[in-house]
Ligand binder design. Structure first.
Ligand code: ADP
Ligand code: MG
Length: 720
């Protein structure tokens, strides 16, 4: 057996579990060994039955129980059916040489067959004391063979998937243990020494088979460090690449910019002004800008980007905006046209299915296109414009701003004098996208300036880890005059009233979003829960309303179609999963309903809420939860009161860790296996170590193993 051995070939159990393990992305022995536990049960305390009584807490206020492992012989075991509760009880008496203990399991009738009188067993869990004596309820059990796996030690606990048990997982993992011999170090020696890190093989061994707390902590630290380090190497490389390339310097056209700002129908907020100023200053430099503009949905990022693009146009350079969906690209086209066309800027749109321009053109090359009559001034629908024609206006230099989807970086697209690239709702440009744009920019020695925009509030530590190569600007102020979205937690009792409220809102002409959580871990795209909810609403609750469904397994085209229909008010209610991207402006949507609200991070809830409240009507956000836990309700209360996404993101990071922050699927954040993004100290050390390596050898020529690991990790986490 080696690390590449498929789980099905590791053991007969492996064969049986292969399908289920695959759902956890475990396919080989290596995957098993690198599937880390998320916590440990401390069952190390071995206790003689006769000593339990005196070991109980002396404080009368604390519960009469201790946690540990008991080893003994099964004296008696029997199944019983309890009539009124319809439960199946298995009762046993287990004895060692000091006494005996009563043991009860619920609804595991097969236990009577597995454990026989006379068997030696080890039992772990809570050991309680009541007036009938000492007892264990539903303890973990295993045949006592001397090599304890599920009892008598620090027992690792793993996340599972339906139909898979902790015991099964631990058992196949143990079968894969010989693979450890092949786990080799890849961190450079100087990094290991400089940060006092445990060797990889030993660390992997200890997370699954811990010896004591101290060495377990060191093992975890090592494994966390390496993930953070990889992220930081990637960031350092990206920064090195940007720093070493040159961009066209775009001067600030002050008079024209002021005139444009004065002509806006509103006053810019102070944050918008600062952001615009920073961006314009960046673009004056001949080092390419690499900036991330963060601001809540509706905070007005587009107009800030527009000011930058306007300055480019004035200096004879083109800009592009890349949006994640066609609808969003179209909305940008409309907004940018409204802002800049009156000032003579020529704007073009090209996506997979549409093409528009904001001015009149005569194609130069008749062959490439159908005859053209007159294009529409303000980007209203015009069938006369073809994508080929828009491409021509881009390569010929007529178009000054080109807006689109990924179509912009695909083949066939060329630019004339590209000075600025803006990417919306994507956090950052990937290395490939950056290179692609540079090649198409019309002057291959120069790199365009890059501006990313996102509504995801990113806490400082996360920004440091993942976006350390980007300069960060935040817009925290909302434009004046926005109505506060009324947010309420709705308990199950008030559901009928809430339904009635939804009916009233729809009758008044509003539309409603319903977001469903991912319930089944094997259903990462939320297909099941959203489908079930849409059906329930359609068939039972809102029979007379138009209910539509959107989920992650649908093709992009289908999603766009449904979103467009919703935008055109063909549906009253849109049920979707959290996987569906944000950013599309549906001004008529007035109610956001979030099912299973306790399952979402605060920052994520905030993003959902941001999808309503764009119009003059009062908007509402209703949170449904089945949880009665005071902690959960307190957390949701924080959300109800708060309006600032950044604050919520920081809170979330403290409360739940970064993995839960935005829902990794959606955010493009890497799914760290073990690292936590709230460990600033470790992040700093990883950053320093990565910086030193990359400063010395950016291409990692001297570190082939690190280079290989980086490529592998990049594929795994889709950081770009
Ligand atoms: P986002 O940051 O979510 O991309 P947008 O740029 O789409 O936000 O702006 C949302 C809306 O707010 C737009 O209709 C825009 O015209 C408007 N807006 C932007 N800035 C201001 C402002 N300072 N005052 C009032 N309205 C503004
Ligand atoms: Mg936007």
């Amino acid at each position: 057996m080696d690390l590449a051995t498929p789980v099905a070939d590791i053991s007969p159990l492996g064969k049986r579990l292969a399908k289920k393990l695959k759902r956890l992305n475990i396919e080989t022995a290596r995957d098993l060994l690198f599937y880390f536990p998320f916590r440990y049960d401390d069952f190390r305390r071995l206790i003689k039955i006769g000593e339990i009584f005196s070991a109980m807490p002396k404080n009368p206020a604390s519960p009469m129980e201790i946690i540990g492992t008991v080893r003994g012989r099964v004296e008696l075991i029997a199944n019983k059916r309890s009539k009124y509760r319809r439960t199946n009880l298995t009762e046993a008496i287990v004895a060692d040489d000091t006494g005996s203990i009563r043991v009860i399991w619920f609804n595991q009738p097969w236990l009577g067959k597995i454990l026989k009188i006379g068997d030696r067993v080890a039992l772990a869990g809570k050991i309680g004391l009541d007036r009938y004596g000492v007892q264990m309820i539903s303890p973990v059990y295993e045949k006592d063979t001397g090599a304890a796996m599920h009892t008598g030690r620090l027992v690792p606990v793993y996340s599972l998937t339906q139909g898979l048990t902790e015991k099964q997982l631990r058992t196949v993992l143990t079968a894969a243990r010989p693979g450890l011999a092949e786990v080799n170090e890849w961190l450079p020696d100087e990094v290991i020494a400089g940060n006092k890190l445990m060797a990889l093989r030993r660390a992997v061994q200890l997370v699954h088979w811990p010896e004591d707390e101290g060495s377990l902590e060191s093992a975890k630290r090592r494994l966390k460090f390496e993930e953070l380090f990889l992220a930081q190497v990637q960031v350092a490389q990206a920064r090195a690449e940007v720093r070493s390339s040159r961009a066209a310097s775009i001067p600030f056209h002050e008079a024209e910019t002021r005139a444009l700002v004065a002509a806006l129908p509103f006053q810019l907020t102070a944050d918008q002004k600062v952001a615009a100023w920073k961006i314009l200053k960046d673009m004056q430099s001949d080092v390419p800008m690499n900036r991330l503009l963060e601001g809540d949905v509706g905070s007005g990022k587009t107009v800030v980007a527009a000011l930058a693009m306007y300055n480019c146009a004035l200096h004879g350079f083109q800009s592009v905006i890349m949006a994640p969906t066609e609808i969003l690209a179209e909305q940008h086209f409309q907004t940018i046209c409204r802002l800049l066309c009156p000032h003579g800027v020529k704007v073009a749109l090209v996506t997979g299915s549409t093409a528009k321009i904001s001015w009149e053109v005569v194609p130069r090359d008749k062959k490439a296109d159908q005859p053209v009559k007159k294009a529409d001034r303000r980007g209203k629908k015009s069938d006369k414009i073809s994508p080929a024609m828009v491409r021509q206006t881009a390569s010929g230099g007529e178009a000054q701003i080109i807006i689109g989807t990924h179509a912009l970086i695909q083949k066939g697209m060329r630019f004339h004098n590209l000075g600025l690239a803006v990417v919306d709702e994507q956090h950052r440009f990937g290395v490939d996208q950056r290179r692609g744009l540079k090649e198409k920019s019309g002057h291959p020695d120069f790199s365009p300036h890059f501006l990313s925009m996102t509504a995801t509030p990113i806490p400082r530590s996360v920004a440091l880890t993942l976006y350390g190569d980007l300069d960060l600007t935040q817009i925290r102020q909302m434009p004046l005059g926005r109505k506060k979205i009324i947010t309420k937690i709705v308990d199950q009792m008030s559901r009928p009233a809430a339904n009635e409220f939804v009916r009233q809102q729809v009758a008044a002409g509003r539309q409603v979003f319903v977001i469903c959580p991912l319930i089944d871990p094997s259903d990462k795209l939320g297909v099941k829960s959203a489908t079930a909810e849409a059906q329930r609403l359609k068939e039972d609750v809102f029979k007379n309303l138009h209910v539509a469904l959107l989920h992650g397994r649908m093709k992009a085209k289908v999603k766009e179609k449904i979103m467009r229909e919703f935008l055109n008010r063909e549906h009253d209610i849109l049920v979707s999963t959290s996987v569906i991207e944000v950013g599309v402006d549906v001004p008529n949507a007035g109610v956001m309903i979030i099912e299973g609200a306790e399952r979402f991070g605060l920052a994520q809830l905030h993003q959902f809420r941001g999808r309503v409240g764009r119009s003059i009507h009062q908007s509402y956000c209703l949170l449904f939860t089945d949880s009665a836990s005071p902690l959960t309700l307190a957390r949701l209360e924080i959300f109800v009161k708060a309006r600032d996404g950044f604050e919520l993101a920081e809170k979330d990071l403290q409360l739940r860790g970064a993995g839960e922050l935005f829902g990794t699927e959606q955010s493009g954040l890497p799914d760290f296996r073990i690292a936590r993004l709230d460990d600033l100290e470790l992040i700093e050390s990883a950053k320093t170590a990565a910086g030193e390596i990359v400063d010395k050898d950016a291409a990692l020529e001297q570190y082939p193993r690190l280079k290989e690991k980086l490529a592998e990790w990049g594929r795994q986490v889709h950081l770009e």
